[in-house]
Design a protein around this ligand. Structure first.
Ligand code: FE2
Length: 281
């Protein structure tokens, strides 16, 4: 269904739009089941991840693991999930931070979910002319463990000239203040990005464009039910709190850029020639 005049006005004015019930219950269940299967697969073959995440001193290994995940599906773990010998300290369903970053191209269930006609129409309504599906993540935010994500805008990490990136955030659980829902600064997308995270030849660096921190007092919570889609501008400042509750807060996110813009060669997320970016077809 096309976005209404009010929803498009909200997108322009506030930098985000909330679409309750965008994902049918049966589809939420399908994604949750698929995630369980993927997690079970990682549990059976997590040796590489166990090595990489077994100690916080493995900074270089963790950076390489992250930087080479743009065209893979990799599992990322919460701090302290493994002991120094690579043994899991908590059950797998409480140890995972996220899966990323090419779920939408490599997993048939997520590929189909990410390339529906409804989503293509929504992205067209948001102004994209040559949409490309850049990045996807399953974000676990497990009960009592899921950590804070500091206030940032996604353009800082997925830079195009001009800025085109938009985030599509699908709630697979009810998301509340208690379990770490998304918070946003309404209208904050009218300001330029304050930082840029990029490759610097040996690793990564963060350029500070504007040292003034985001006004976190302006953040407002976006509490939503499972099945809701929150679409937000790549310039919209957003944040999420730790999950201090006993409830999980599972989400799937997809980031879209426009092929008419330049995707910079020193963005952290790069793909090999075997998996070029694709749109909705
Ligand atoms: Fe983000």
């Amino acid at each position: 269904m096309p976005l209404s005049v009010e929803q498009l006005a909200s997108w322009s004015r506030e930098g985000f739009v909330v679409l309750p019930g965008f994902v049918p219950e049966s589809e939420v269940a399908t994604l949750r089941d698929r995630i369980s299967e993927l997690v079970a697969g990682f549990a059976a073959s997590s040796e590489e991840a166990a090595t990489v995440f077994s100690t916080t001193e493995q900074t270089h290994a963790q950076e390489h693991y992250f930087l080479s995940s743009g065209d893979l599906i990799r599992a990322f773990f919460e701090d302290g999930a493994f002991d120094a010998d690579g043994n899991l300290q908590v059950p797998m369903n409480r140890a995972l931070n996220k899966l990323g970053h090419a779920m939408h191209d490599l997993d048939p269930v997520f590929d189909r979910f990410s390339r529906t006609l409804e989503l293509a129409e929504l992205v067209s309504d948001l102004g994209f002319t040559e949409p490309l599906l850049l990045q996807s993540m399953v974000i676990f935010k497990p009960p009592h463990i899921g950590g804070e994500v500091i206030c940032h805008c996604d353009h800082s990490f997925l830079w195009t000239e001009p800025q085109t990136v938009a985030g599509l955030w699908f709630a697979l659980d009810d998301a509340t203040v208690d379990n770490g829902c998304l918070w946003v600064v309404p209208g904050g997308h009218h300001q330029p990005a304050r930082t840029r995270f990029r490759l610097d030849g040996t690793g990564t660096t963060t350029d500070v464009i504007n040292p003034v921190p985001y006004d976190i007092d302006s953040l407002v919570p976006v509490e939503v039910n499972a099945g809701t889609l929150i679409a937000f501008s790549g310039l919209l400042p957003h944040w999420s709190a730790p999950n201090t509750s006993k409830n999980p807060r599972l989400a799937y996110t997809l980031h879209v850029i426009d092929g008419t813009a330049d995707y910079l060669e020193d963005n952290w997320l790069q793909r090999g020639p075997s998996l070029p970016l694709r749109g909705f077809t």
